[in-house]
Write a protein that binds this ligand. Sequence first.
Ligand SMILES: [Fe+2]
Length: 411
Amino acid sequence: MTTAALKEALPKSERERWIEAFRQVRRETERRAAPLSAEDQVIQSMPDASPIKWHRAHTTWFFETFLLQPNVPRYQGFDERFAFLFNSYYVAAGPRHARPKRGLITRPDAGEVGAYRAHVDAAIERLIGEAGSAAWPEIARILEIGLNHEEQHQELMLTDILHAFAQNPTFPAFDASWQPPQAATQAGYVELPEGIHTIGHQTDDYCFDNEGPSHRVLVGPVRIARALVTNGEWLAFMNDGGYANPTHWLSDGWATVQNEGWQAPGHWQDCDGAWKQFTLAGLRPIDPAAPVTHVSYYEADAFARWSGKHLPTEAEWEVAARAGHLDDAFGIAWQWTRSSYSPYPGFVACDGALGEYNGKFMINQMVLRGSSLATPDGHTRVTYRNFFYPPARWQFTGLRLADYAERFSLT
Ligand SMILES: [Fe+2]
């Protein structure tokens, strides 16, 4: 079969569909960066956060490294120095610049990063348009990972710039017209009777490798809250001395509270005795009915203990979400679970550098389920496993409670 014939074998509509998907994701990244000046895009407010310019360049490096270099003979890279600057953590992809020092890189400037993106965009679109059908399945596989990867960074762009702006005493707004999503108000708990359920990804749709293999778990009996914990409930915890009473806290959590001087969720500001919250729209009064966000695992766990409840396991969360029992499972706040981030039974990371994507982080972190207000539309799933270290709270992280108190009276 000739190359031309191989190209023919791949329907044009499929190429167009992928080019459109690629453009849509790349556009969304630029849309999120658009309100930010070149100065805004350089700042790195802490080692966990990255500059906006870095996100724009790193997501581009990802496509260049994992899609263009292996699949485009004689590919002309934009700048060979960028591999060092914009590799994040892929040891197999070569040496890289230190993460905590990303904010010290003023060159390339934001304009050059834009040119880098345009260079790679054009090459990717050429590859999609011209790839032979024999090479296409692997190209499509990496392309889909790259698009999902960029969507993850789109979320980080908002949380990282929010954290950066929170350091500014004038509290600048990312978007003065931004409004928080409306939360459901359905109170109460739904009961999950004891039973064996299958969790993990079970369809042909895209998922990250950490969402499988699907497997059976024993869940329940447990009651799980329909609603997310609210700011008003969190204020009650604070007013009851929640941050000052070590009996509510895990030992590591209490040490963190002491070291960090935490008295409230992240991005809360004590304004002459009244708490306000720094949001994407700037400093706003606390809305007691809104779900709490920017709490760490340690805080979520302490709140649950203070409430006489627990955090759900990720299996409990998934079973309840699949059954449609959870309000605001998606779109407001990632929800901490009490499950440590571990491989599912039978999990094997793929070969090569992309095997580093998730698998090597499966230690010392906790799983969050759902999605947040910063998650791009269509990015998440009922099986999606987000993960962060227990003290992290710069993401839009909240919680819902689970109740095991009647466990023994149910029998
Ligand atoms: Fe990345």
